[in-house]
Design a protein around this ligand. Structure first.
Ligand code: UN1
Length: 510
């Protein structure tokens, strides 16, 4: 396990850092982390205390006063250096992501690549934080709007993308002039500690103060709650389940904070009679079983035209029979483990319920045991024939369960089924027919934040804005103009005349 040493992971690690130094609380309980890949203990993390949290927040407040005055392109230069450091550490960090979280090594490396890409994106963006120039109705007046940093941005990330989601938030937020306090998932704190160690060199080499990038590792209902209710944290970016996000959104709104919510998905792929199966089948299988079905964007439902339903069903079941399930660090395997045994229990219970509601299990569903499966976290991805209104189909189960369903009639009928869930993250249609594709993308088409043609529901590029509608939370992160959510807008009107004309033609003579 050379990668642990390279990344500065010890047997016991501290749970709070202000960037350059780790705070040394060790009497507040600890998280013992083992790998879902082989069940072996990796390392422990001392939980951050309330006092650590206070220290982190006050240090971050001070750092903000310095960081916001650094010109944005110079902040971009720091992010450029972080991107370069991530390039140096791509292999070990990708390995740790794979080992701690359980996704395949290819996907672990891909996740680090997303971090590098968002750094590059943020560097360019640091020269483009633009506002509009507007025309005033008053003579010799000028109006424009500009964007200012907010202060401390709290980032709560989930286990499934333990490092990339932080980078999307932290790097964009940093070039905007904010400082970040990150609470990673309790299930994957080691990758977060590794990122903090990677950053440290850059901060040191540039003589930057403590508090620009901080980390607090603790229980959600203690540290997470503190952040949600803390007025010193004007923006909270939360990735997690709809249950978590509903509470987070309401708590932050109650103190008039801003939030970016990236919550559950119930992503569907539509197969029309004009689908090219050579594209559609692998895209759907990867979407459903990649990261063992634990992406927010994982494909959960396939809506197939009745004329080709039996054929697609047969091909998908056949493709599933060829899946290699095993150690994620072995590149020959397609599917790694679920994050923990609790997730395995959710998977088997969801399958039992789906069948009780009328679903028919077509393949998979077993929990694997024996050599190579000692962690107890490996399952055989399942395909279930179902109907959209089944309660289980309406819920997001964070596991590799794919529900197949039929539609008859036109593409609008398939879209109606697709939209008939409470979530609205990602969606796709497989068709070579222009009219079907355009209807899917039209304003009466997919109601999701992400709508694709002839690619899967997962694997979004960082250049686009990432997020979704309805119970997915409405937030947007990553590319495009998602940066605006990390800043406050100010509208400025400047009078360079010697008169005082009032807006709307109001006369006020004194
Ligand atoms: C997530 O699952 O929370 O589109 C993020 C994708 C990745 C990000 C997923 N780029 O699958």
């Amino acid at each position: 396990m050379n990668f642990l040493k390279t990344l500065g992971i010890n047997a016991n690690n501290y749970g709070a850092s202000t960037g350059l130094k780790w705070l040394s609380t060790c009497g507040n309980g600890q998280f013992d982390i083992s790998s879902p890949a082989d069940g072996k203990a990796i390392a422990s993390v001392y939980q951050c205390s309330k006092q650590d949290y206070e220290d982190v927040i006050t240090t971050a407040q001070d750092a903000f006063k310095v960081w916001r005055k650094v010109p944005a392109p110079n902040r971009g230069d720091i992010v450029r250096q972080i991107g370069n450091k991530l390039r140096d550490y791509k292999q070990p960090l990708g390995e740790l992501v794979s080992y701690e979280m359980g996704k395949s090594l290819q996907e672990g490396l891909g996740e680090v690549q997303e971090m590098i890409d968002i750094c590059d994106f943020a560097v360019g963006l640091s020269r483009q934080l633009d506002g509009s120039t507007l025309h005033s109705e008053r003579p010799l007046h000028r109006m424009y709007d500009q964007y200012h940093p907010l202060g401390i941005v709290g980032v709560v990330s989930a286990f499934n993308f333990p490092v990339a989601v932080w980078a999307w938030n932290a790097m964009i937020s940093a070039i905007c002039g904010n400082v970040t306090v990150w609470k990673p998932s309790e299930k994957t704190p080691l990758t977060a500690i590794a990122c903090q160690n990677i950053l440290k060199d850059v901060l040191q080499q540039n003589d930057l103060p403590e508090g620009i990038f901080s980390i607090v590792i603790g229980e959600g209902d203690v540290i997470g709650e503190s952040m949600l209710h803390d007025k010193r944290v004007p923006l909270m970016s939360v990735t997690g389940s709809t249950r978590v996000g509903r509470h987070a959104g309401a708590s932050v709104a109650a103190r008039f904070g801003k939030s970016i919510l990236e919550l559950g998905g119930n992503n569907a792929a539509i197969f029309t009679p004009n689908a090219n199966l050579k594209v559609a089948i692998p895209a759907t299988v990867f979407g459903a079983v990649g990261t063992a079905g634990q992406r927010c964007t994982s494909t959960r439902r396939v809506i197939i035209h009745e004329d080709m339903y039996e054929q697609v069903k047969e091909v998908l079941v056949k493709a599933y029979s060829g899946l290699k399930i095993g150690n994620p660090m072995d590149e020959n395997n397609h599917v790694g483990p679920l994050i923990d045994k609790q997730a395995v229990k959710m998977f088997t219970e969801a399958l039992t319920k789906a069948q009780a509601q009328g679903g028919k299990l077509l393949c998979g569903g077993e929990v694997l045991s024996g050599e190579g499966y000692e962690s107890g976290c490996y399952v055989q991805p399942a395909i279930v024939e179902a109907e959209n209104h089944f309660d289980m189909v309406q819920h997001e189960t964070f596991a590799p369960i794919l529900y197949l369903m039929k539609y008859s009639g036109e593409v609008e009928d398939a879209i109606a089924i697709q939209n008939d869930v409470v979530q609205g993250l990602s969606s796709t249609i497989f068709t070579d027919h222009l009219r079907e594709a355009e209807i899917f993308l039209s304003h009466w088409g997919s109601d999701c934040g992400i709508a694709n043609i002839n690619i899967g529901t997962s694997g979004a590029e960082i250049g686009g804005a990432f997020g979704g509608e309805k119970e997915t939370g409405g937030g947007r992160e990553s590319g495009s103009d998602a940066w605006k959510a990390y800043m406050r807008r100010q509208t400025n009107t400047i009078n360079y005349s010697t008169e005082l004309p009032l807006a709307q033609g109001i006369k006020f003579d004194i």
